[in-house]
Design a protein around this ligand. Structure first.
Ligand SMILES: NC(=O)c1ccc[n+]([C@@H]2O[C@H](COP(=O)([O-])OP(=O)(O)OC[C@H]3O[C@@H](n4cnc5c(N)ncnc54)[C@H](OP(=O)(O)O)[C@@H]3O)[C@@H](O)[C@H]2O)c1
Length: 387
């Protein structure tokens, strides 16, 4: 990716992820405006970066539209790291559209990604600005891998993506966003159309991950690829799965598929705000050594309409560190004068898929795609909807 000297506004720079993003950009010498709702907390982050002149701070609460638009206007790109995005996304994106400034964010919330790519696409094009939500572990590597696996096969019957995590500890921010994602408003993409995913019966299926992970029980995952992949591939159905052991260890993991429908109902009651407040009592997020020790693997399996199957794998470490790295890479591309894309975009529409994944090699990200083959891997269907 190209580096640029354009100013970047980091909104939500005081959070666990926002601080990692600010640290990564400051280390690259990118001029920064750290923005958020508390000048005092922002000043503390700026001081910790030790960059003096290159780092400004600006208080701009979400309900002060003029302040928000003024601060966003100071950048070539705004990186929104303040979640949950169901609450914070709209005002920051609206300010970016008014200012004609490119927008990226760290969201993992499928509903918000869908809103950016559908409701805001026209206004973004009119403003000549691009908005790419979900730049981070969720869902940049998965979306790019799906593109690299599926595009050469031509029209696809389906694209199945599956996630597996080892050692993952969530931040408070991720837990709050997870509450937003569990309320049953998620989408499915089947037979060429999006439809409601909530209220479906529990799903227990199996996916064969590469060695040494092997066969894993998986459940439904309301992932971003369900809304992003049909934007850049001609595909009938997109499914997303998450291994149950990624969520709960040991024998408890068997409960995960059955917990989802119960949680959907709970999230529509006042218990949701109680849970939200309970999250405040938890630690902010994993310590640095725990964060770096996380390992993740994403498998994408494309099935062409003529029956050929192609499978790809991307894997790497450190979910939150990767998110900071990919945000910094993305804003560097978009802050460049030559960047001319506009609209609500999936990662594979906004960036070169191969160059972007290759560019993460020094972070420990590896990826590969098999040659097209018959529909099984080691005699076991790559995605077996069973059990
Ligand atoms: N896609 C991925 O793989 C990925 C990776 C990392 C994070 N994320 C997402 O990024 C988001 C942030 O995560 P995190 O771990 O950094 O959470 P966090 O530590 O809780 O930080 C949240 C940030 O949002 C700000 N914020 C929250 N509500 C706000 C409001 N009403 N007005 C203004 N600012 C507000 C907070 O500001 P204050 O300091 O003023 O409270 C803080 O800067 C979450 O949605 C998380 O799911 C996704």
């Amino acid at each position: 990716m190209t580096s640029s000297t354009g100013t970047v506004v980091v909104y939500g720079a005081t959070g666990y992820t926002g601080r990692l993003v600010a640290t990564e950009l400051a280390a690259r010498g990118v001029p920064l405006v750290l923005a958020g709702r508390s000048a005092e907390r922002l000043a503390a982050v700026a001081a910790s970066l030790g960059h003096g002149a290159g780092v400004a701070v600006a208080e701009a609460p979400l309900d002060d539209h003029r302040a928000l638009r003024d601060v966003v206007s100071r950048g070539a790109v705004v990186a929104n790291c303040a979640g949950p995005f169901a609450r914070t996304g709209e005002p920051v994106l609206r300010a970016a559209i008014e200012a004609g400034v490119h927008y990226v964010d760290t969201t993992g919330e499928q509903d918000w990604i869908h809103r950016v790519l559908t409701h805001h696409d026209g206004a973004l094009r009119d403003a000549g600005a691009a908005a790419v939500p979900g730049i981070g572990f969720d869902y940049l590597p998965g979306d790019l891998l799906c593109h690299l696996v599926g595009a050469p096969l031509g029209p696809l019957e389906r694209l199945d993506v599956a996630y597996h995590l080892e050692g993952f500890g969530m931040t408070r921010g991720t837990q709050r966003s997870a509450l937003e994602m569990l309320d049953g408003r998620d989408l499915v993409y089947e037979d060429g159309a999006w439809g409601p995913g909530g209220g479906r019966p529990p799903l227990r299926a199996a996916v064969v991950f590469p060695d040494p992970i092997g066969r894993q029980t998986v459940g439904r995952y309301p992932a971003g690829e369900i809304v992003t992949v049909p934007r850049h591939l001609d595909v009938g159905t997109v499914s997303a799965r998450l291994s149950t052991s990624s969520v709960l260890p040991g024998r408890l993991s068997g409960l995960v598929p059955y917990a989802a429908p119960v949680l959907e109902r709970v999230m529509r009651t006042p218990l949701k705000s109680l849970l939200d407040r309970a999250i405040d009592l938890l630690p902010e997020g994993p310590p640095e050594d725990g964060r770096r020790a996380v390992r993740w693997t994403i498998v994408a399996t494309a099935t062409a309409v003529d029956g050929r199957v192609r499978r790809g794998v991307v894997r790497g470490p450190d979910v939150y560190g990767l998110t900071a790295r990919t945000i910094a890479d993305a804003v560097s591309v978009m802050a460049d004068d030559g960047y001319d894309r506009a609209g609500g975009l999936a990662p594979a529409q906004a960036y070169d898929a191969r160059a972007t994944l290759d560019g993460l090699a020094d972070f420990g990200v590896t990826w590969g795609v098999d040659a097209p083959a018959a529909a099984s891997v080691d005699g076991v269907p790559a995605t077996a909807e069973a059990s």
